[in-house]
Design a protein around this ligand. Structure first.
Ligand code: SF4
Ligand code: SF4
Length: 83
């Protein structure tokens, strides 16, 4: 089964991973201002979170890569400042 790790010190709390994940794997810990993995079992291995995270905070293990089908033009326009 897939295992997702978010590097605690690397996460800057931007919440981009929460916005992009198509299966809502993450929640946001407001007190710590960091993303957390809440539903690891729902991950489909698209790696969108890993590609978009500006801190490179993700590590995915034991996953099969699937085609990155998630295309959201409005979201991608908001991402431009990070590209
Ligand atoms: S995209 Fe990266 S830096 Fe932003 S909240 Fe998610 S893990 Fe943290
Ligand atoms: S790899 Fe895709 S499905 Fe899995 S947590 Fe990241 S964005 Fe969500």
């Amino acid at each position: 089964m897939i295992h997702i790790t978010i590097h605690d010190k690397a996460c800057r709390g931007c919440q981009l991973c929460l916005d992009i994940c198509p299966t809502n794997v993450f929640t946001f810990d407001a007190a710590a201002a960091k993303a957390t993995v809440a539903h690891e079992e729902d991950c489909i291995g698209c790696l969108s979170c890993s590609y978009l995270c500006p801190s490179g905070a993700f590590r995915h293990e034991e996953h099969r890569i699937v085609k990155n089908f998630y295309r959201d033009c409005e979201f991608l326009s908001r991402m431009e400042k990070f590209l």
